[in-house]
Design a protein. Sequence first.
Lengths: 193, 98
Amino acid sequence: MNSAALIIAEVVPLVTPETTFDAPANVVFAVQAVVMIFAALRVVTTKNVVHAALWLVVVLGGVGLNYILLQAEFVAVTQFLVYLGAVIVLFLFGVMLTRAPLGVSDDLDNNQKKIGIGVGVALLAVLSYALIETFGRSELTFAAYEGVAGPNTNGRTQAVSDAIFGQYLIPFEMLSLLLLAALIGAIVLARRD
Amino acid sequence: MFLNQFLLLSAILFTIGVYGVIVRKNGVLVLMSIELVLNAVNINLIVFSTYWGVAGQVFALFTIAIAAAEVGVGLAIVLLIYRNQRSVDIDELDEMKG
């Protein structure tokens, strides 16, 4: 197929010495990808609600590790703080307050397993066909970080904060309003009277 | 590292999340599956931010904040369902079926 040759011809000049095959990062990626996929499968198949929440910790931590591999440290730390610190605790509170069966329970799945597998396989086939067809063997170049990041600086975090408090200031303020509305809404919904 | 290794991982996570939303009937577990989907989207945003600048990271932060709000409101709704129905089985919520 000559589209692959075209992609390679486009990509090869972009590959600089530090963006060629990076063995340690790829090993870390492979290990955490396998662990993450296994943990995600356990989240949707386990028969124990509390175990599902704890497997979700593994998946969310792996996503944070992905952010570090992609050199997005600030988002990675936010992921660890917000998801592992707050969201999982919320889920465990939800499990506790709804008095979910704490042991093994056979009553967590409905009878749509065949539909679920069909939809999942079809979706994965379409998505991976589109991705492989579009991006082929393109290398990650970190082109956007050139000039903003050097050794011993926190240039990328600086660039993120510049973007949040510059170009995206109004969406950011809207987000704080949204969080306030969600907080009030959650209190109103869950209040007992 | 290839672009596609991250994108395919995120596609797999997304698919597993969709499967969970379809198959699970406990409300809390459905919310957990939605978290899988949102995290898959975030990986995509971060991958493309290495190409097109930090806007992707800003949007990933927005998604994280909105997901936190979503979990708060979603769990409040599940709690309310539990209080009214004595169960969080969302297959039993068929009052709008004609």
